[in-house]
Design a binder for this molecule. Structure first.
Ligand code: FAD
Length: 290
């Protein structure tokens, strides 16, 4: 399929890119890795009149630690995250997730900012962002910080305005005895998730859970923060029974549809299984034996 006619811009600075979005508003689309936008244009599911390619805008691709926070530029490729030693050391759930996104070719081009802005309900990063309570920097006429919990509005819908560009992902400091994990259930390597579960836990000196974050993808109209499961965990000393209880709560909060990947009932069962596995690995990585 060939996309409908469009005008292509390749700005060199963020200001130029933002100027183009201001000028063309809802008729323009940002092009990042193109791994979702180009197929959608070819299928004519979207037909922007103007495409603003931000690949030549400098300073949007990095992974760094600032005051304990991990900051990731929106144009950072999935493959850069996959191979980052800082990420592997501080946020192993992001390495888990990156490895399982599509195939090497897609990971070489696709960006974390593009994936988050695209807000595919099955997108792996979205579950991870909710578990970590990340924040997103949106630049338009001004700068806004949007919490991940307020960002995903529905299938392929976000809090971003058409005149804004997502520039940075900020992951809050994870101090102390922390463990994180992402588990993806896929039909075959490289497939979108049937179910994806991200977990982040922090234990205090008495082995009680100070904080628990759980994000689910592919089991609702958008990624879900499994708040009921988090409530089950916080304040408690982790046990296998507690993990079971949390997994059951996550399953109840999920709202999958039946499709070629399985029935809604089956997927709910898989949410339970993968929440259990994801939490167990997070505890193991926090140095806690269940
Ligand atoms: C074969 C295949 C398999 C895939 N499998 C998976 C998978 O298993 N898991 C998974 O999570 N994803 C998967 N994907 C999607 C992939 O992760 C994409 O890279 C991602 O969804 C989009 O990122 P992108 O950088 O390519 O964005 P683009 O395709 O360039 O853009 C996507 C959308 O986001 C907007 N956008 C992009 N960047 C910004 C920005 N900085 N600010 C504002 N708006 C922006 C664009 O305007 C567009 O609407 C797959 C894709 C393919 C082609």
């Amino acid at each position: 399929m060939i996309p409908r006619k469009f005008e292509y811009y390749s700005p060199q600075t963020l200001q130029q890119a933002l100027g183009l979005l201001r000028k063309h508003g809802g008729d323009a689309k940002v092009l990042a890795g193109g791994q979702s936008l180009i197929p959608m244009m070819k299928l004519r599911l979207v037909s922007p009149k103007y495409v603003v390619d931000i690949n030549n805008v400098k300073g949007l691709s990095y992974i760094k630690e600032v005051a304990g926070q991990i900051r990731i530029g929106a144009m950072t490729r999935h493959a850069d995250i996959e191979h980052s030693s800082l990420i592997k050391q501080k946020l192993p759930l992001m390495t888990d997730a990156a490895i399982h996104i599509a195939d090497q070719q897609v990971r070489n081009l696709g960006t974390i900012g593009g994936a988050i802005s695209h807000a595919d309900p099955a997108g792996d990063w979205n579950a991870v962002m909710l578990a970590l309570e990340a924040e997103f920097v949106a630049r338009g006429a001004t700068q806004r910080i949007i919490k991940a919990t307020r960002f995903f509005k529905g299938p392929f819908q976000t809090a971003l305005r058409p005149t804004e560009i997502l520039t940075e992902i900020r992951i809050p400091q994870l101090k102390g005895r922390v463990g994180t994990a992402y588990m993806k259930f896929e039909r075959k390597a490289g497939d979108f998730a049937t179910v994806g579960v991200a977990s982040a836990v922090r234990l205090n000196g008495e082995d009680r859970l100070e904080k628990a974050g759980i994000g689910l993808c592919a089991v609702g109209a958008s990624a879900i923060k499994a708040t009921d499961a988090e409530k089950v965990l916080v304040g408690q000393r982790p046990t296998s029974e507690l993990v079971e209880e949390a997994a059951a709560a996550a399953s109840r909060q999920s709202d999958p549809s039946s499709d070629l990947r399985g029935s809604a009932e089956y997927k709910k069962e898989m949410v339970k299984v993968f929440t259990r596995r994801s939490l167990r690995l997070a505890f193991e990585r926090a140095g806690y034996k269940l």
